[in-house]
Ligand binder design. Structure first.
Ligand SMILES: [Zn+2]
Length: 332
């Protein structure tokens, strides 16, 4: 009831009428177009989800074809998913055919419900996305705990009506969709940042939606059970090999210089691994190694404070495990 009252109040204040069931956002979502291509993207804020950014921290995008629209990622709240749908409607009245999900993490999937509630779109993800709710011990983020956290941190945009929409279709390694004269090549790139990382190459345009494998100019979150930094570096090599003309990362600025964006994430992971490998090899205590390390190349970047220490600790444990031959995380 409070939510409805807030919605009505917002409508009165802004004078705009929305058919949405979702709490209004005060910072409008805008989209930019890839130069010369029918490909659009919204740019998230670079920090972690908060009241200030209203959960808008990831990039989403869509491709318009003669036969319909393909969306990549649905953003971090139902309100943002709805806002993305409104932006699509400003560009085209073609139906939304597919929503492709880069991986099942809260900041990319909570907007799915707007697409489920208001379009006939089929949601596609890599098959390990199914683990998101099934295995509370090892799946990324522990989905239900994350939802409760976001209901607090991102109220009113995430609330008791927010639900996790599962994929309708999954694939294992690679699948190509054709629609309206375009090819959408979906490629599994995990487990790296998460169990279910996948990328989408749009051909013939040469535009790559890279998901969280590439995070341009922002410290990625790597402190999760499913992160495998060795595989992540291998996935970045795979991205490089695709030679995209334009890259849209999961977080951070899109770029015509894909190699540079890829090199940023790869360089960060390699640097943290190098520091922590030296610590593990010399039996140095984690805290001692962490404090002694020089983080000056990264410590002014977005999400450094939130993510860097946890990342370093996760890698420390990963390399320690590899040294003891747990067989889980082979060296790249
Ligand atoms: Zn993300």
């Amino acid at each position: 009831m409070i939510r409805r009252a807030a919605l009505i109040l917002a409508v009165l204040l802004t004078g705009s009428v929305s058919a949405s069931d979702y709490a209004p956002i005060s910072r409008p979502l805008t989209v930019a177009q890839v130069p010369g291509e029918p490909v659009y993207y919204s740019l998230g804020n670079t920090g972690v989800p908060s009241q200030a950014n209203e959960g808008n921290t990831s990039n989403g995008g869509f491709v318009v074809t003669a036969d319909g629209v393909v969306v990549y990622d649905a953003l971090g709240t139902p309100s943002l998913g709805w806002a993305l749908l409104e932006q699509i409607r400003k560009v085209t009245d073609k139906p939304v055919r597919y929503v492709v999900v880069s991986h099942y993490h809260a900041d990319h999937i909570y907007g799915l419900q707007a697409f489920k509630d208001h379009t006939g779109a089929v949601v596609i993800a890599q098959e390990r996305a199914a683990e998101y709710r099934e295995n509370d011990e090892t799946a990324d983020e522990r989905a239900d705990a994350r939802l409760r956290q976001r209901q607090g941190a991102l109220s009113p945009w995430v609330d008791e009506h927010t639900r996790i929409v599962p994929p309708d279709i999954t694939f294992a390694e690679r699948v190509t969709l054709t629609l309206g004269g375009k090819r959408f090549v979906l490629l599994y790139a995990g487990p790296a940042h998460s169990a279910s990382d996948m990328m989408m190459m749009v051909e013939p345009d040469g535009v790559l939606f890279a998901g969280d494998i590439v995070q341009n100019g922002r410290i990625p979150h790597m402190n999760s059970d499913d992160v495998d930094t060795g595989r992540w570096l291998a996935a970045l090599k795979q991205v490089e090999g695709l030679k995209p003309r334009f890259i849209i990362p999961g977080h951070g600025e899109p770029s015509t210089e894909a190699a540079k964006a890829i090199a940023f994430t790869a360089g960060y992971i390699a640097d943290v691994r190098r520091v922590m490998k030296a610590a593990v090899d010399t039996w140095t205590d984690f805290d001692v190694a962490y404090r002694a390390a020089d983080w000056s190349a990264y410590d002014t970047l977005p999400a450094f404070t939130a993510n860097n220490r946890g990342n370093a600790y996760r890698i420390f444990l990963e390399l320690e495990g590899a040294n003891f031959g747990d067989g889980k995380k082979p060296e790249p």
